[in-house]
Write a protein that binds this ligand. Structure first.
Ligand SMILES: NC(=O)c1ccc[n+]([C@@H]2O[C@H](COP(=O)([O-])OP(=O)(O)OC[C@H]3O[C@@H](n4cnc5c(N)ncnc54)[C@H](O)[C@@H]3O)[C@@H](O)[C@H]2O)c1
Length: 366
């Protein structure tokens, strides 16, 4: 895979990429070149309290004389649920939304996933656009057409594949992002490197903590986006290769679900970072990944991300959640594991919870 340099403005993925063009650069420049908002009979903008305050002031002046309705929800993963969808659908009905309307999802992965899902099923589907405003959503969540919500604390268990009309990525939104959120987003970028691109992994190692700086990110975002596009293009519906993107997510979602249920949530990227350490450990236990690479991954991730404290009881609960993961078959838990940095294997079915428990306990003891 060629990592290349930063993509020129507006050219990460052409309209031929599965279903949606991906445009990167300054939003005002992007919008000059597209009539995308003008095709709709009415325009709705989904925001949370933070993106209303920090991101909408960037978008609003670019809408000119277009009429629009904003729908504002509370921020956070705890809102990514059916009750909030009901609020959104109610406001769409009250605002006269038709099958020819357009929803702009201006926010992080929560807004993108939930807005995408709400649009996918409302009147059997109407158009939506993703304008991701967190690092995590710019390099991962907005790309690949997966939409959805959490249910009974199970992450993303209700959802649909639903391509947006376009994905518009402007790094200027990251300027107001709290640093903890920025670092959380690095987890998915590092994951892309670990599963698919040794060159990008070596760059990550080289930058270390500097990875989170604006100059570094402006070249890394297009590279990370291209990796995701490449994988999704080869397997849009996750029948095979796309499963490599789940690295770190089986254990990560288990941990995230337990802490969400207990009312003490961690950020998605923080859970995925923990999940990558745990799943690299499982890869090592199975003889796939060698010890030096495992230790490098573990040290690198611990330098960037906070360790998540887990009790023995929480580990058992995380295992129960992992058994419910939507990727599983029968009684076995499906993992994506690492052979080496840049090379992942998918569909590794583990029927032996002891091995997974051991990796969780080792993480706890680090
Ligand atoms: N669909 C997919 O393929 C996919 C992939 C990865 C993750 N996800 C999902 O993405 C979600 C996590 O996304 P996230 O990390 O973006 O979380 P998020 O949407 O909750 O955003 C994080 C926080 O940052 C705030 N925020 C957003 N943009 C801001 C800005 N520019 N300035 C200031 N504050 C801002 C938000 O209000 C929120 O408080 C999870 O629900 C995860 O399951 C989906």
């Amino acid at each position: 895979m060629d990592s290349g340099n930063a993509a020129p403005m507006n050219s990460i993925a052409p309209p031929s990429w599965p279903w949606s063009p991906i445009l990167y650069g300054n939003l005002s420049e992007i919008l000059k070149e597209t009539e995308i908002f003008r095709r709709a009979d009415s325009l709705f903008i989904l925001l949370d309290d933070n993106t209303e305050k920090f991101c909408f002031p960037i978008l609003a002046p670019l809408l000119g004389n277009l009429k629009y309705t904003t729908i504002v929800i509370r921020p956070g993963e705890g809102e990514k649920q059916l009750e909030t969808c009901q609020q959104i659908w109610k406001e769409l009905i009250e605002g006269g939304c038709t099958r020819h309307s357009l929803l702009i999802n201006l926010g992080g992965g929560v807004i993108g996933d939930m807005g995408g899902f709400c649009a996918a099923v409302f009147k059997r589907g109407f158009a939506q656009i993703q304008i991701p405003t967190t690092l995590l959503s710019q390099v991962d969540a907005s790309i690949g057409n997966k939409t959805g919500i959490d249910f009974m604390h199970f992450k993303n268990i209700i959802g649909a594949f639903s391509p947006p009309e376009a994905i518009l990525i402007d790094p200027q939104f990251l300027q107001t992002l709290p640093s903890r959120e920025l670092v959380s987003g690095l987890a998915e970028l590092i994951k892309h490197a670990l599963i698919y691109d040794l060159n990008l992994w070596n760059k990550c190692l080289g930058y270390g903590k500097e990875l989170a700086s604006a100059e570094v990110l402006s070249s890394m975002i297009p590279q990370a986006v291209r990796i995701k596009c490449d994988v999704v293009e080869k397997d849009p519906e996750e029948k095979g290769l796309r499963k490599i993107l789940n690295f770190g997510h089986t254990a990560g979602h288990g941990i995230e679900s337990v802490l969400l249920e207990e009312g003490n949530p961690v950020l998605h990227g923080e859970a995925v970072a923990a999940g990558m350490i745990i799943e690299a450990n499982i890869s090592r236990q199975l003889g796939l990944l060698d010890e030096p690479n495992y230790l490098t991954i573990q040290t690198f991730l611990f330098d960037l991300f906070p360790k998540i404290d887990l009790s023995a009881e929480q580990i058992e609960k995380a295992l129960v959640y992992m058994l419910q993961d939507k990727k599983n078959k029968g009684n076995s838990i499906s993992f994506t594991l690492l052979q080496s940095p840049g090379k992942a294997v998918f569909d590794r079915m583990l029927t032996e919870p002891e091995l997974i428990r051991l990796a969780l306990l080792e993480y706890k003891s680090l």
